[in-house]
Design a protein around this ligand. Structure first.
Ligand SMILES: Cc1cc2nc3c(=O)[nH]c(=O)nc-3n(C[C@H](O)[C@H](O)[C@H](O)COP(=O)(O)OP(=O)(O)OC[C@H]3O[C@@H](n4cnc5c(N)ncnc54)[C@H](O)[C@@H]3O)c2cc1C
Length: 270
């Protein structure tokens, strides 16, 4: 049986500038006919833009009526960033999407949910919060480290009823989310913690959760979404093969992300 990931050709139907750093792409067309959501609210797809062969990963903000919404952070440099920043000329272009994967796994009976992330994690945090508040009474608290917080807040991006702390990043390619998490006043009882953002911050938080908070790996999901640092380089490690190999070996999501971090650390470029 082939383990090759499925690929779907898609057309850019619309491009909307949601805030100075956030662009919404609506993809559609006959090529997406076979696309099926996993239903896992932090699911992501690989996106290959015209003229490129490398993919970048984006959260499925919504999939309905044959249209796929991706909210893309436009930062300083990058394959997808530079393409998405070109404006309305990308409407009508053909891209490729890979099959979706998800990793959010809040245990039944969790008494609360904490979500922490930067702008790249906002689409996943919004979809997770919508899913959880629609299906349950579980209280959701969010820490969102975003540039242009006023514009983003004005979008009504996160559902009503969710307690949101908006935080400013310390700089354009910087994050201090690890510090923020170390100061969280944790609710009582057993809940679930989900976090995504810059990889070095995520590594620090995994250690904090394991050592200081002694959480079992089923109580949290922490993912590196991008890599900061002085040298600006594309992601050197593709999480796709590591994910598939880990799943095939029966590893937990947490073990797979640890393998991914180890592979990234081994590249020596940061
Ligand atoms: C599972 C998963 C889901 C994701 N979901 C989303 C999503 O919904 N929306 C989204 O925008 N991103 C998301 N990301 C993050 C996105 O894949 C990366 O930010 C990606 O590197 C962007 O690609 P690029 O082509 O613009 O830049 P690249 O060519 O990959 O990188 C160019 C340079 O920019 C730096 N860089 C990359 N990302 C950022 C950033 N966000 N801020 C500052 N500097 C950066 C890199 O360090 C590199 O030096 C997700 C990542 C994962 C793993």
């Amino acid at each position: 049986m082939s383990t090759r990931a499925l690929h779907y050709p898609a057309e850019v139907l619309r491009r909307e500038q949601l805030s100075p750093h956030l662009v919404r792409l609506t993809l559609g067309g006959a090529g997406l006919a076979g696309f099926a959501s996993t239903g896992v609210p932090d699911e992501w797809v690989g996106l290959v833009v015209p003229g490129q062969f490398q993919s970048r990963y984006y959260t499925v903000r919504d999939w309905s009526g044959g249209e796929l919404l991706l909210d893309v952070v436009v930062h300083e440099t990058g394959l997808v960033t530079e393409w998405a920043a070109r404006g309305d000329e990308i409407v009508g272009e053909q891209v490729t999407i890979t099959e979706p994967k998800g990793s959010f796994a809040m245990p039944d009976g969790a008494a609360w949910l904490l979500l922490v992330g930067d702008l790249t994690a906002l689409p996943a945090m919004a979809r997770i919060a919508e899913t959880v508040t629609t299906a349950s009474q579980v209280p959701v608290r969010v820490w969102a480290e975003v540039p242009d917080a006023d514009e983003v807040r004005g979008l009504g991006y996160l559902p009503a009823g969710v307690d949101v702390n908006w935080l400013a990043p310390p700089g354009p390619e910087e994050s201090r989310l690890a510090e923020v998490v170390e100061r969280i006043d944790w609710p009582d009882g057993a809940g679930y913690f989900w976090m995504a953002g810059e990889s070095a911050q995520m590594r620090a938080i995994r250690k904090h959760l394991m050592r200081e908070r002694a959480l079992p790996s089923t109580a949290y999901d922490v993912m590196g979404y991008w890599r900061g640092g002085a040298k600006r380089q594309p992601r050197a490690v593709d999480p796709g093969p590591i994910w598939r190999a880990g799943k095939a070996a029966g590893k937990s999501d947490e073990q797979i992300w640890a393998d991914y971090d180890a592979a990234q650390s081994g590249t020596g470029d940061r």
